[in-house]
Structures are given as C-alpha cells and as structure tokens.
Design a protein around this ligand. Structure first.
Ligand code: FAD
Length: 564
C-alpha cells in the first residue's frame, strides 16, 4: 500500500539498514555518508515502456548516477519480429518474451519497475501520473505519480484504424503478444466451424476466407505464415475442406511491400500468385462488418464487398492517447507524431526524451534551423558571409544533420564549393546565402523520416544511454567542435541511424532481404540467413534456446493445432 516514492525510500532505508546490521560502527563512517550523499544526488530517471527502445536504453545505462524507475503495463519485453510466427504456432508466445525483471536484475536490482500505464505526462511539474493495470482489489491504490529529473518516453505506438467503421469490433490486430495468441485461436475456430455438419459449401468457403488488410511487412509475413500453416499442417487435419481455403491481401498502394526494393515486391507478388494468395492492390477498405469487408477499387471507383471468415488489420501505427495529450501541452498538437531534435530531446519541453515508434526526429524543422543559423551569422544583414563564417556554419550544420553532407557535393552548390576552393580564400568573399538555402531545400525534400522499426528504436535506446552515461563529462568535454561549447547544442554528436537491412519472410522456407549497400537477396538461403540473424538477436540465451527449439520442433512434428 505504499506510494512508489515512499517504497523507494524504504528500499534505500532498508539497504542502509543492511549496512547497520553488518557493522554498527560503520554507520557513521565517512564512506557511508559519501554513499548516502551519492544516493541523494542521483538524478531521477523515469522510463515509460518496456519495448525495443526502452530495454536497449536500460541495458546499456550506467545506473551509478541515476535512480531509475520503469513504468509499463507489460512486465515483459516482446521480440515483435517473431509475432507473425506466434499466430500460427511456429513459435510459442512465451519463447519470444523476456520478463523485464530478468533484464533489470542484471543491474543489481537498482532499477524499480512498476506494472502500470502512464496516464499523463505533466512536463511543467516534472511528474507523470500512472495507473496500475492489475485488476484485483488494490484498495483504491491504483493511481500514483512519480517525479522525474529526466523522462524517457518510449511508449511505442498503437494500431492505426484510420477511423474505419467496424475495424475495432470485427478485425484482429497484430501488435501485441495477446493479439497473436487470439489470431492463432481464431484460425483454428474458422476450420472447426467450417467442418460442422449441415453447412453449405459456400458457407464453408466463407468461413475459410482469411483477409489481411495491409500489404506491408507485417501483413505479408502473416499471410505467408498462414499459408504455410494451412498447407503444411491444417490440410492434413481437415482434408474435407482443403480446397475451400482462401487467403486475400488487400493493399491500398500499387504493390505489396512497397517500402522495399522493387525487386523484392515483385518477387513477393510473383510468389504469392504461385501460392494462390490473392493480392488486391489499389483498394481502400471503407468498412468491416462481421460478415464482409467493404472496399473501394481506386481505379474504377467501384465499391465491392468481400465475405470473410476472419480479418487481420495491419495498416500501420498512430500516436497513443497519453502522448497525444502531452503533445497538446507542448504546442505540438498539430503534429501527427511527437517531434524530437536530433539529440532525441522532445521539442518544446525540458529534460524529456522520446525514442522509438512514439516519436520522430523533426526533419521538417531542419530547414528552419539552418535558415536561423544563417540569419544569426549574417549579422550585418547583407546576405553575404565571409568564407570563414561560411565554414563554421557548414561544420555546424553537417554535425547536426549528417544527411546534408552528402548534398554538399550536389551540383547546385558548385558555385559555393568553387568559392571555398578559391586559393585567395582569406579575402572577404560573398556567399550567396539564398542560393545556398535553396540548394539545401532541394536536399531537404530528399530527406526521409526514419521508419518505425525495432532497428531504429533499439539504436536510439543505445544512443541515449550513451548520452546519459557521458552527461557530466560532455559538459566539460563536448563531443562537437569546441568553438560551439557553451551553446548546449554540441555536447553530444547527434543520433545517426545505421540501416542494417530488412527481411521479409515469404513462406515455403523462402525470404527476401534488403541488405546494406543496395544488395537484394531472395530465396532459401535468405531464409536461413533470417533464422541465424533472428536467433542471434534474441535478448537472452533463454529465449534464444526456446526459439531455436520451437523451430526444430516445427520441422520435426509440424505446428500444434489445438485451440488452447
Ligand atoms: P514497443 O516495442 O511497442 O514498446 C512500447 C512499450 O511501451 C511497451 O512495453 C508498452 O507496453 C509500453 N506502453 C504502452 N503504453 C504505455 C503507457 N501509457 N505507459 C507506459 N508504457 C506504455 N521492426 C523491425 O525492425 N523488424 C521487424 O522484423 C519487425 N517486425 C514486426 C512485426 C510485427 C508484428 C510488429 C507489430 C512490429 C514489427 N516491427 C519490426 C516494428 C517494431 O516492433 C517496432 O518498431 C518496435 O517495437 C518499436 O519499439 P518501441 O520501443 O518504440 O515500442
């Protein structure tokens, strides 16, 4: 029944008590008071979430100078890339989750975890309000609040239904472990329903029509898993309905996997056509009922209805309500996603960081920032700068926005570059600021925001923990150029995303991969690469062993079709 803050005190008091019991004569020793002082001086860090971003932040964080509390409605980390495999029993749900307490116990138990959801971020008072998600009687103590010095928001995102009528009521989502477990039970239900006596063939056919809305990586991977499950396992158990099963993927764009290289989307479409998976591209779903999916064919404007046995909705993500509310408080209400700068600090608030799917680095602001840098440097408002001033600005911009560096080679800048290479460079030269800004604007249109992936989230978590670990040191020895010291901008180098490639498992032991350096790989060998990478990326040896043994079990005995 203690509020968490007093619990925390109790923990500290108890640990102090442990020392007293060990040796009373030590209780007032200088070493002890230094330790107590150290604990008192620790900055309070509250981390929201136990997903990809937050766990990679926690794993690398040096907690000697921080008092860390983690709040999440989920007391485990889930390895989301294997969720589609859970929907069909290729991998068991428990094999892809790691209790968060296992992760934090490696930090000598100094991190506190509260199984609760954050209901409000009060940035003005540096406080978060939380509500326990435990249903049982908590004697009215469900709600509590936590103070922070630093807040790390890593709450991920929620499914985007685009407010399409009927989606919440009649579709499955594939976002959480529970969703995957529900899908697994529903697939078996559809088969059990389809073989009940006295059904017409048409009714059986409808029960066995699986519709996937969304042709992105998750939708495509689920369709491929389902196809394998049906054709490798279920047709043997339900032979009487094996010819009635149909899988359909509905995609609003012109191709499935349209964020991948063209070669991969073509390979996927050809493979799906061969496997008998129907792909309807250029269709927008208007509503979903318990019996039908209603959609508009974009090219003809025609509305059509498609009867279904089950629908899985996988069309991307949107902002969670608690983050939306926070955005309203800090003047970001017009934005779709919480914006941070390139050091992952939330714009418009102090000491709040946001990582992973809940935030995006605000690329659109980059041009405004660059313009501001120019205007500040152009003190006499002449529209010209000296070459030295120009060099300083370029250094500043390039460190903050590495993408811009590439575009400095751009032909639009040749006149500027010529000028900089002028042997008579010490003389005051006029640099055409407007021309330069225009060229950067063109570069800006080529800058893309980072995708909402585990890869980005994990790299951001690691980057932020590195910044936290060097927080004091960087104030004295900034990582950026020394001449900017004191401006607060270059204490750390900005976050740089390193794309390590992406996979798309397509069923039948075949996968496609986009690897760094514009490499594309498809086929069986890519599937084996997928197995080895996903085994190596597991967060613990426990889950690694479980996942590999699930794959082996599936190879030997097939998938389990019990509805439990
Ligand atoms: P999450 O991992 O979603 O974690 C968010 C955390 O915040 C959770 O612990 C949640 O419980 C918690 N939370 C939610 N609300 C609150 C609240 N109010 N208060 C406190 N805590 C809260 N990415 C890849 O790179 N490769 C893949 O192959 C891949 N496959 C995927 C397959 C599927 C089926 C899905 C759904 C996603 C996949 N992704 C993949 C995307 C990847 O999972 C996400 O980009 C990643 O999870 C984002 O990490 P995150 O930490 O921001 O959010």
């Amino acid at each position: 029944g203690f509020p968490p803050s007093s619990k925390l005190l109790l923990v500290f008091t108890l640990s102090g008590g442990g020392l007293i019991a060990y040796s009373e004569s030590q209780s007032n020793s200088p070493a002890n008071s230094i330790e107590n002082e150290r604990l008192k001086n620790k900055k309070k860090v509250v981390v929201l979430g136990t997903g990809w971003a937050s766990t990679s932040f926690l794993k690398d964080l040096n907690i000697s100078s921080y008092d860390v509390q983690v709040v999440s409605p989920r007391n485990y980390f889930a390895f989301t890339p294997l969720l589609p495999s859970v929907t069909c029993g290729t991998v068991e749900a428990r094999s892809i989750v790691e209790p968060v307490r296992n992760i934090i116990k490696k930090k000598n138990g100094e991190i506190q975890f509260w199984e609760a959801e954050c209901t409000k971020i009060d940035a003005a008072n540096k406080k978060v309000s939380c509500r326990s998600v435990i249903d049982s009687n908590l004697l009215g103590k469900k709600e509590f609040s936590l103070d922070y010095d630093y807040l790390v928001v890593a709450t991920g995102a929620e499914v985007n239904t685009f407010n399409t009528p009927g989606v919440n009521e009649h579709c499955h989502f594939l976002k959480e472990v529970e969703d995957a477990q529900k899908i697994r039970r529903s697939v078996i239900d559809c088969f059990e329903k389809a073989i009940l006596p006295e059904l017409t063939d048409e009714e059986r056919r409808i029960n066995l029509h699986f519709v996937v809305v969304g042709g992105g990586p998750t939708g495509v991977e689920f369709a491929a898993e389902l196809h394998d499950f049906v054709h490798e396992d279920l047709v043997k158990l339900y032979p009487m309905v094996k010819d009635l099963v149909k899988i359909t993927v509905i995609q609003s764009g012109d191709h499935i996997l349209n964020t991948y290289d063209n070669r991969i989307s073509t390979f996927a479409e050809t493979k799906f056509a061969r496997d008998g998976i129907d792909v309807h591209t250029g269709c927008r779903v208007l509503s979903v009922s318990d019996k039908e999916v209603n959609m508009k064919i974009k090219s003809t404007g025609e509305n059509v209805s498609m009867p279904h046995g089950m629908v899985v909705w996988s069309t991307g993500v949107s902002t969670r309500p608690v983050v939306k509310d926070f955005m309203g408080q800090i003047g970001q209400e017009k934005r779709k996603v919480l914006a941070t700068d390139e050091w992952l600090r939330v714009k418009g608030s102090e000491n709040v960081y946001a990582i992973g799917d809940c935030a995006t680095i605000d690329q659109r602001k980059i041009m405004e920032d660059i313009a501001a840098i120019f205007n500040a440097a152009d003190k006499d408002k002449s529209g010209t700068l000296t070459v030295e001033e120009f060099h300083d600005i370029i250094d500043d911009i390039v460190i903050r926005y590495p993408q811009v560096e590439l575009h400095l080679q751009n032909k639009h800048l040749s006149s500027v570059t010529d000028l900089l290479n002028d042997p008579d460079g010490n003389a005051r030269k006029a640099v055409d600021i407007e021309g330069f800004k225009l060229a950067l604007c063109q570069a800006d249109s080529q800058m893309k925001s980072l995708p909402a992936t585990a890869q980005v989230a994990a790299q951001q978590g690691t980057y932020l923990s590195r910044c936290f670990n060097k927080m004091d040191l960087a104030k004295i020895t900034p990582e950026g150029p020394r001449r900017f010291k004191g401006t607060g901008r270059h204490e750390f180098l900005p976050f740089r995303y390193k794309h390590l490639g992406q996979f798309a498992p397509l069923g039948g032991e075949q996968a496609a991969a986009e690897l760094p350096g514009d490499w594309v790989s498809v086929g069986r060998s890519t599937q084996w690469l997928w197995y080895s990478i996903y085994a190596s990326k597991q967060v613990s040896w426990r889950t690694r062993v479980l996942v590999v043994s699930d794959w082996t079990r599936r190879f030997i005995f097939g998938r389990d079709s019990s509805r439990i």
